[in-house]
Design a protein around this ligand. Structure first.
Ligand code: PLP
Length: 447
């Protein structure tokens, strides 16, 4: 059959436009990355043609001998990358993405109506950690199926309030506590999470989606020592295909006072929850691509890359601080920064729009205690994607200047209501001038 460039010019044109956009812009979205050619090779491969419901060695379709090799290789590499003993840990590599993976875990170990606790979304948690509105209105199906109570960060320090979590968990007695974040720039104290979870009889599920590359390279603490279950996406700092994995403990969970051993029983429950509980045929092209990414993640170059992500992030944070910006928690230990714009005249949404005109992609984000999610006071930025593209200190210093120009322009546009046509025109010109700098941005991003 014909290649897409000949067979479907309309879709090919859209593909070319997106390729151009990615190449000529700066991606500061901390959950995005540019995956490798080898991963892309597998994503566009024949592995995608095969149905293989079930697991290696026990499929509901014939002809899966080779697909079994691919999935088993992916599982073995996932365990090896995180230094896990296959006698003590297992992994399911079939979840289609991060939010579904979390749902599969909850429904594997909870009945409808049972309780979970996750970091509140406005404080840096994720929708799939049980987010609901303050009024109690559920937002995702997870908060419809299960009762959820959020824990918080301390609004003055921006750090997870472990003491308060402990008090809340004792009273709420959740079945699952989730340790994981989408917009938190500090290290997570997994030992403390474990102590709190054990204190109320909950499973500790760590969702390391954002930081799984950093964990693999040992540049931030690993959740495995203290968790019962670990979930992760594979497309963020890990730089693989869009997918997810669920790691679960095997063996003995605890021993009663009378010496009776209580097994984990997670393997059967989690595998059953993924298939047939929620999914049908696995995406074999993704699993093959994941295996490739996991091998790459074991290389010395990958470790160096992860260290650079963190070095760049710290440098970027310092540059912004020098320019007078306040950062949530005062800085960063990982791949991301949340700028607190509450001391300026503008919100993250307006700055996001101006940056986007400059071909810089960032996220508006709530800061702890924020009133509005549509016009929040924060801007979330991160370094994994542009570090992949070779950015270092010099480039991130330049990007910090662009962010500063965007904030200043947003302030200008907001505070001065145009009174005359001339005034309106001069501000339009100012905006155009800034947009012209987008060619500088394109140059910086490697045009
Ligand atoms: N968990 C965390 C911590 C995340 O940050 C995200 C996405 O950003 C997810 C889960 C969901 O992943 P996906 O978008 O692949 O469903």
């Amino acid at each position: 059959s014909k290649p897409v460039s000949e067979g479907d010019p309309e879709m090919f044109d859209i593909l070319q436009q997106e390729r151009h956009r990615q190449k000529h812009s700066i991606t500061l979205i901390p959950s995005e990355n540019f995956t490798s050619k080898a991963v892309m090779d597998l994503l566009g491969s024949e592995l995608q043609n095969k149905y293989s419901e079930g697991y290696p060695g026990e499929r509901y379709y014939g002809g899966n001998e080779i697909i079994d090799k691919s999935e088993s290789l992916c599982q073995a590499r996932a365990l090896e990358l995180y230094g896990l003993d296959p006698a003590k840990w297992g992994v399911n590599v079939q979840p289609l993405s991060g939010a579904p993976a979390n749902l599969y875990v909850y429904s594997a170990i909870m009945n409808v109506g049972e309780r979970l606790m996750g970091l509140d979304l406005p404080d840096g948690g994720h929708l799939s950690h049980g987010y609901q509105l303050k009024s109690g209105t559920p937002i995702s199906f997870i908060s419809k199926y299960f009762q959820s109570m959020p824990y918080h960060v301390d609004h003055t320090t921006g750090l997870i309030d472990y003491d308060n979590l402990q008090v809340l968990a004792k009273a709420f007695r959740p079945k699952v506590i989730v340790a994981g974040t989408s917009a938190y720039s500090r290290l997570i104290d997994y030992a403390r999470f474990k102590e709190i979870s054990q204190g109320c009889g909950a499973y500790l599920m760590s969702d390391m989606a954002h930081i799984s590359g950093l964990v693999a390279a040992n540049v931030v603490p690993s959740p495995f020592e203290h968790s019962d279950i670990v979930t992760t996406t594979t497309h963020k700092s890990l730089r693989g295909p869009r997918g997810a994995m669920i790691f679960f403990r095997k063996g003995i969970k605890s021993v009663t006072k009378k010496g009776k051993e209580i097994p984990y029983e997670l393997e059967k429950k989690i595998n059953f929850s993924v298939f047939p509980g929620h999914q049908g045929g696995p995406h074999n092209h993704t699993i093959g691509a994941m295996a490739v990414a996991l091998k790459q993640a074991m290389s010395p170059e990958f470790k160096e890359y992860q260290q650079k992500i963190v070095d760049n992030s710290k440098w970027f944070a310092q540059e912004l601080t020098k320019m007078g910006y306040k950062l949530v928690s005062g800085g960063t230990d990982n791949h991301l920064i949340v700028i607190d714009l509450s001391g300026t005249q503008v919100d993250g949404a307006r700055v996001e729009t101006i940056l986007s005109a400059l071909n810089i992609a960032a996220n508006k984000n709530t800061i702890p205690g924020d009133k509005s999610a549509l016009f929040p006071s924060g801007l979330r930025i991160g370094t994994p994607a542009m570090t992949t593209r070779g950015f270092g200190r010099e480039e991130f210093s330049q990007v910090a200047k662009y962010i500063d120009s965007a904030v200043k322009l947003a302030e200008n546009l907001k505070t001065l209501e145009p009174t005359t046509k001339l005034d309106a025109r001069s501000r339009l010109n100012e905006f155009k001038k800034l947009c012209n700098e987008s060619s500088e941005v394109a140059a910086l991003s490697g045009e």
